[in-house]
Design a protein around this ligand. Structure first.
Ligand code: HEC
Length: 175
């Protein structure tokens, strides 16, 4: 790419209104009908969709899978101070319940591991924080369930038991 073209592109980017850049995912409403989060299989108490991406499982009586419950707790310990209760967003940070649906698993991970900045709007990086990294699937699954309106706001009432496999993963991760 020529220097001239690069400069033109750079000034075009600077000219974009702020709302069009960083927070575009979270501003987009989620229509659950447009996203297929059907459980394809379960493995050791974890649920996955057809793309082998972790997802939530909510029984007819409202009982949630362990990860959704755990994610609720971890989210409110580590993220809610900026992103607001139940992933609803705040004046300071985006509505991450929508982001979890729109961004997809890998981009979501990338932002949390590496952080992101946009002027004064800074998402810290959590890649070296085991209290986040060892539970990031949990947080992602919980937020996706919120974004899809599969679980209501607030603490989930009943939950599946924590499986041995999940406990072993946690021990190995936390060291
Ligand atoms: C200190 C405040 C703060 C904390 C704590 C925080 N975030 Fe953020 N986060 C932000 C801000 C501000 C942004 C928007 C950054 C930008 O404008 O690029 C953001 C952006 C994000 C995004 C991208 C959203 C999008 O729609 O593009 C994700 C995903 C995210 N945060 C997840 C998390 C998770 C998960 C946690 C908890 C582990 C967390 N954040 C904790 C402030 C925070």
């Amino acid at each position: 790419m020529s220097t001239g073209l690069r400069l033109t592109l750079a000034s075009a980017l600077v000219a974009l209104p702020i709302t069009a850049s960083a927070q575009n995912w979270s501003d987009q409403p989620v229509d659950p009908a447009n996203h297929d989060e059907t459980v394809a299989y379960e493995e050791g108490g974890r649920y996955f969709n057809e793309e082998d991406v972790p997802t939530y499982n909510v029984a007819e009586d409202g009982t949630v899978d362990w990860l959704t419950f755990s994610g609720f707790r971890r989210y409110h310990a580590e993220c809610h101070v900026c992103h607001g209760p139940d992933g609803e967003g705040s004046s300071y940070a985006p509505k991450v319940k929508n982001s979890a649906v729109h961004m997809g698993y890998y981009d979501f991970y990338d932002v949390v591991v590496n952080g992101r900045g946009n002027g004064n709007s800074v998402m810290p990086h959590f890649g070296d924080n085991p209290n986040v990294m060892c539970y990031l699937d949990d947080i992602y699954v919980y937020l996706k369930a919120r974004g899809m309106e599969a679980v209501p706001r607030g603490r989930p009432g009943s939950k599946e038991a924590k499986s041995d496999a999940i406990q072993e993963d946690e021990n190995a991760c936390m060291g």
